[in-house]
Structures are given as C-alpha cells and as structure tokens.
Design a protein around this ligand. Structure first.
Ligand SMILES: C[S@@+](CC[C@H](N)C(=O)[O-])C[C@H]1O[C@@H](n2cnc3c(N)ncnc32)[C@H](O)[C@@H]1O
Length: 192
C-alpha cells in the first residue's frame, strides 16, 4: 500500500466508512466467533467489527506489511485477548485447515495480484459452514488513475471473475453485489 493510502486508512472518515457502510452492509449475515482478517492495514476495520460484534471472541488481524501490523497492534490493544495482529502473507496462510468461522477481506484482494491463490487459501482455513466475506473495487478509469498516482501495484478484479472463482472453490450461497458506494462491490460465500 502506498504512503498516501496508508495515511488515509487511518483517518476519521475511513473509520466512519467502516462503521456506517462496510460493517453493516457486508456483515448482515453474521460473523465469528473466530475471525481472520487478511490485509488488515491499520486495523481500522478490525476495531469497528470488534466494537460492533461482541460475539467475536478471537479476531486475528493480519497483514504482509510489518509497519501495518505495528499500527494494527496499537489500534487493537484495547480489545485485549479478543484481538491479535500478525504479519502474514495472505497467499500462504500459516494456519491449519478449518480454523476460522469467518475470513474477512476488506479492500485488499486487488493488492495481492495472485488473488485466486489468496481466495483458495482463505477458503482452506474456513471451517465447514464458515464464511468468506469482503468488499473490493471494480476496474475503473478513476481507480486506475488513483493507483497510478499512489504508485500502488494492483490487479483489479472483475465481478464476474470473482463470482466464478468463488463458485469454483466450492463455496455456496455466493453473492457478489454492489456495496452501494463508488462502484464498490461486496462478496460472500459459505463453505459447504
Ligand atoms: C487498501 S489496504 C486495506 C487495509 C484495510 N483492510 C482497510 O480496509 O482499512 C490493503 C492492505 O492489504 C495489504 N496486503 C497487500 N498484499 C497482501 C498480502 N499478500 N497479504 C497480506 N496483506 C496484503 C497491504 O499491506 C495493505 O495493508
């Protein structure tokens, strides 16, 4: 993530967006109790989920960037044993199969380049009946311009390609639908 994105993801408007838009719209189907977030950035989304969902007893907020992990650890300290920040590459998760009830991917898939592999590993660590949930941005001129300006390395994701991949991974109840803001889309699927 570029420095500009990194700073923006720690601002009050971002926290407002997480609390008012993302968490209620993406998590309307429920969450937890054991949650893994991949690409947690500063931990802004994790903090909002933990605040709004007391049923979450363990939330592992993970990111490949050690600087982000340090920020997330500081942000999540108030939640004590309920939260942990870890440096983890989402393309090779160091967790056993069937460990988590929910895996969250908030606006991070397009940063991973090999996002098919990331999705496969996310599904692997889900317990049967567990859910993968998240949101991302479509390929657009504006999005491309922002990423060029911020010098971010990305591979944007087509909604149809994402839906096809989630189904190919064996998920059921797959939904890929508009988030209702700026062309973003939410997605979810359940491990049978
Ligand atoms: C746009 S930020 C989103 C951060 C956070 N999810 C949020 O919504 O505030 C994308 C994050 O994905 C992380 N990331 C990119 N590739 C990753 C990978 N392969 N594994 C884990 N994290 C990754 C970046 O370091 C960055 O913190």
């Amino acid at each position: 993530m570029s420095d500009l994105e990194s700073v923006f993801c720690r601002t009050p408007p971002w926290r407002w967006f997480a609390r008012r838009v993302v968490v209620p719209r993406v998590l309307s189907g429920g969450i937890g109790p054991r949650v893994l977030e991949i690409g947690c950035g500063s931990g802004a989304m994790a903090a909002e989920v933990l605040r709004g969902h007391p049923e979450v007893i363990r939330y592992v907020a993970s990111d490949v960037d050690p600087a982000m992990v340090r920020l997330a650890a500081a942000q999540l300290a108030e939640f004590g044993d309920r939260a942990e920040a870890r440096q983890v590459d989402a393309a090779g998760l160091p967790f056993d199969d069937a460990t988590f009830d929910t895996v969250c991917s908030w606006l991070m898939l397009h940063h991973t380049i090999e996002w098919e592999q990331v999705l496969a590993d996310a599904v692997r660590v889900l317990k049967p009946d567990g859910s993968l949930v998240g949101y991302d941005l479509p390929d657009s001129r504006l999005g491309r311009a922002v990423h060029v300006l911020t010098r971010s390395r990305v591979r944007m994701i087509d909604r149809e390609d994402l839906e096809r991949e989630l189904l190919a991974l064996g998920l059921v109840d797959v939904v890929v639908a508009p988030l209702g803001l700026a062309g973003a889309f939410r997605f979810s699927g359940r491990r049978a």
